[in-house]
Design a protein around this ligand. Structure first.
Ligand code: ZN
Ligand code: ZN
Length: 411
């Protein structure tokens, strides 16, 4: 049964997605992707996008049942194929100014029982085909955002002890809270939240640390930062001039690590849910920026295949700080979704770096990006290394240490 209160909250989230997530869609097309189970939210987002002046809203639905059936039924050649025409079309739409919104609600273990080699091939083919569209998103040529919807499979993974119906209700609750969509005035709450994140980023920018040092159980890591790195967080401005929030929720400030200057060992503090496989208890060792050893209690195969995607896949493309006191972290819920879990915890990402978080990076060609330590890869995978047991220091240009976080809290 859909109560009025629930419908109101879906409306709040849809309004946030359009007005805070995308910022503006006036006079633009909007491309939405969504799981079939998210149709209620997708329709309300479409509604508010038209109300805000969007010209055409196109929603593409994904179907987990058909995805699984592909692994059961398709020819071997299927796993090296991807609909390049679709992604080229997306890239064309972005070039003509379309905004992009993704509703996510993935079943974290959808592909868990499938052949990891096939999963890796399918992901690789998709990543290559998606690259032209992803490039435009990565440099924020357009305004784009990601929000989530409580789907039954995801809800059951997060709340395995509840009935499906109760699990879905509990997950929606958690999504509304984490997305700051449950207050009296969510738009005003987001304005204040964005201002806080910006202030925190400005503080880190003023420090100009050359590296961050992490210490905690299983972790003794130094992450060198790119020269000219810029800490960003909250709203950002797209090349089309629109102020947008790429992720709802977002709690992080992040910047670009130097692809050659990462040393030491680090243990993940949460499982990583990657394209339907759960990778637990990751532990890796870095030498001169590259992972030279990688272990995981489950999903180690998949992790190792990820690292072999390309040269940049075993190097870092993002470093992000999130206080342990963030609402998502405090909820204590493990969402098995990067969008949420990365905002519960300080994290790093393997693979592609955001060039825009380095001075001048936005206009550099590939050779210059690499020469400046800005990593390039087909993948970008966030994983969590923060907790209330991790201390983080900033390394000044003189090499002295200053406390940045103690036991997961800002100092
Ligand atoms: Zn991040
Ligand atoms: Zn990331």
């Amino acid at each position: 049964m859909v109560s009025d209160a629930f419908a109101d909250r879906i409306d709040q989230l849809a309004r946030l997605a359009v007005h805070v997530g995308l910022g503006s869609v006036e006079g633009r097309e909007l491309l939405i992707t969504a799981p079939l189970d998210a149709v209620a939210l997708a329709r309300r987002i479409s509604h508010y996008a038209y109300a805000a002046g969007a010209t055409v809203v196109t929603t593409l639905y994904g179907d987990d049942v058909a995805t699984l059936d592909r692994f059961a039924t398709a020819s071997d050649a299927s796993f090296d194929s991807a609909p390049a025409w679709l992604f080229d079309g997306m890239a064309n739409a972005f070039r003509s100014g379309a905004a992009r919104l993704a509703i996510v609600g993935d079943d974290p273990s959808l592909l868990g029982g499938q052949d990891p080699a096939r999963v890796a091939r399918a992901n690789r083919a998709r990543s290559i085909a998606y690259r032209p569209a992803l490039d435009l998103i990565a440099r924020s040529a357009i305004n784009w955002t990601i929000v989530s919807a409580a789907t039954p499979a995801w809800a059951k993974a997060v709340f395995p002890k509840l009935t499906e119906q109760d699990a879905v209700a509990a997950l929606w609750d958690a999504i509304f809270k984490a997305s700051r969509a449950d207050g009296e005035d969510p738009l005003a709450d987001w304005q204040a939240h964005n201002a806080n994140l910006k202030a925190r980023g400005d503080l880190m920018n003023a420090k100009r640390y050359k590296a961050l040092r992490y210490k905690g159980p299983g972790t003794d890591l130094e992450v060198g930062l790119c020269d000219g790195h810029i800490w960003c967080g909250g709203a950002s401005r797209a090349e089309n001039g629109i102020l947008f929030n790429a992720n709802i929720p977002t709690e992080e400030i992040f910047t670009t690590p130097h692809r050659m200057r990462v040393q030491g060992t680090v243990a993940a503090t949460k499982p990583l849910s990657y394209q339907g496989t759960l990778i637990q208890d990751i532990s890796v060792k870095f030498v001169d920026g590259a992972i030279v050893e990688a272990h995981a209690r489950t999903g180690e195969d998949v992790l190792k295949r990820i690292l072999e995607t390309d040269e940049g896949a075993r190097r870092l493309g993002e470093v992000a700080l999130v206080p342990h006191a963030s609402p998502i972290s405090q909820s204590g819920i493990l969402f098995y979704s990067t969008l949420f879990d990365e905002n519960a915890s300080s994290h790093i990402a393997l693979g592609q770096a955001y060039a825009k978080t380095v001075k001048g990076g936005g206009t550099m060609g590939e050779a210059d990006l690499l020469a400046n330590g800005i990593n390039q890869s087909l993948i970008h995978i966030d994983w969590m290394i923060g907790s209330d047991q991790i201390d983080i220091d900033g390394v000044t240009s003189e090499g002295t240490l200053e406390p940045v976080m103690r036991q997961g809290a800002w100092t």
